[in-house]
Design a protein around this ligand. Structure first.
Ligand SMILES: Cc1cc2nc3c(=O)[nH]c(=O)nc-3n(C[C@H](O)[C@H](O)[C@H](O)COP(=O)(O)O)c2cc1C
Ligand SMILES: CC(C)CC(=O)C(=O)O
Length: 350
């Protein structure tokens, strides 16, 4: 990991960048269009300030959270990201072990380069959720869901922000086109072939209803940005929502996730937990999201940077850094647990 081990998530990115094939770095780092939303996700956290409470005698804070698909030792989950074997030969196996070591939940991407069964087998201590792009062929979708269930995944995270793939200029310019020979999306195997992931504009709420009938797993809808969709998600039996703009990789010019979180939390009215991802780069970002009503957050790129910088140990270090930072920030905010955070503790600073 270089002369001095990286000590912040931004340092992990710098090390990862130096190690990755530039085309792969472009794929992981890039966003859609002019990357307005990609930048906005991080910048919006920078415009918020935390206002601590004092003299509460809170003691050492508890960082754990309970969610529909299980408990996590910290309120930071591993967001689903594709193609981990581009970052490290062990790929998703390493990520899952890192998640298990820090006691958090890994959301395994449907586009993982290690099969979900194998990810579960090599990290028996990990709590895994499975991310799904509903495929127009519902029989195949059901087969994938069955694999996730049989592997022991405890929630289904259905990504709903991708009726088409985002237009990713940086990815194109960096020369990333496809997985190299020898790697494929192992969760898309179907007999002797590997199916391509279809992103279809025909997927609708009806498909969520069908999924609800197919599986007893809690369904988390990932990619909700509009309060009306948050209410529809409740009508369709979602067990949780994940406010996400796909890390700025789908429609450019959508708002930063932290800026829409309060509206979604209000729309949901406490009926189900609301999670958030996009632009979380340190412990105080986590606290800001939790104070504004998120039950937990997820990180995408930072885990990939950890993986590229130092394999399983690097990914574990990234998660551990976040856990330590969250605990420290909670202490300085006078909180005994994440439940003590509330909206009055966040201000717009400029
Ligand atoms: C390289 C990369 C691959 C991703 N692959 C998926 C995926 O397969 N499924 C999915 O639902 N989201 C995917 N995402 C989106 C992430 O789950 C998450 O929404 C986003 O990374 C959060 O932003 P952050 O990277 O700023 O933490 C991907 C994101 C990145 C950066
Ligand atoms: C392979 C892609 C479908 C994964 C993805 O969602 C992404 O790159 O953002």
């Amino acid at each position: 990991m270089g002369v001095r081990a990286p000590e912040t998530l931004h340092e992990f990115e710098a090390v990862a960048r130096g190690r990755l094939d530039p085309a792969h770095y472009g794929y992981f780092a890039g966003g859609a269009g002019d990357e307005v939303t990609l930048r906005a996700n991080e910048a919006a956290f920078g415009r918020l300030a935390l206002v601590p409470r004092v003299l509460r005698g809170a003691g050492r804070p508890r960082t754990g959270v309970t969610l529909p698909g299980g408990r996590a030792a910290m309120p930071v989950l591993v967001a689903p990201t594709a193609f981990h074997r581009l970052a490290d030969p062990e790929g998703e196996r390493a990520t899952a072990r890192a998640a298990a070591a820090t006691g958090t939940i890994m959301i395994v991407s449907m586009a993982a380069t290690v099969a979900v069964e194998e990810v579960a087998a090599v990290a028996p201590g990990a709590t895994l959720w499975f991310q799904l792009y509903v495929q127009p062929d519902m029989a195949f979708t059901e087969a994938v869901v069955r694999r996730a269930e049989a592997a022991g995944c405890t929630a289904l995270v259905v990504t709903v922000d991708s009726p088409a793939r985002g237009l990713r200029e940086r990815e194109r310019h960096s020369g990333f086109h496809d997985l190299p020979a020898g790697l494929c999306c192992e969760n898309l195997r179907d007999g002797g072939r590997v199916r391509p992931i279809v992103m279809s504009p025909e997927i609708s709420w009806e498909h969520i209803g069908l999924l609800r009938e197919i599986t007893a797993l809690p369904i988390v809808l990932k990619g909700i940005l509009h309060p009306a969709d948050a209410r529809l998600a409740l009508d369709h039996g979602a067990a949780a929502l994940l406010v996400s703009n796909h890390g700025g990789r789908q429609l450019d010019a959508v708002p930063a996730t932290i800026d829409v979180l309060p509206e979604i939390v209000t729309a949901v009215g406490g009926a189900v937990p609301v999670l958030l991802d996009g632009g979380i780069r340190c412990g105080t970002d986590v606290l800001k999201a939790l104070a504004l009503g998120a039950a937990a957050v997820a990180v995408g790129r930072p885990v990939v940077w950890g993986l590229a910088a130092g394999g399983e140990r690097g990914a574990a270090r990234v998660l551990e850094l976040l856990r330590t930072e969250v605990e420290h920030a909670l202490t300085l905010c006078g909180c005994a647990s994440v439940r003590d955070l509330e909206p009055s503790m966040v201000r717009r600073s400029c």
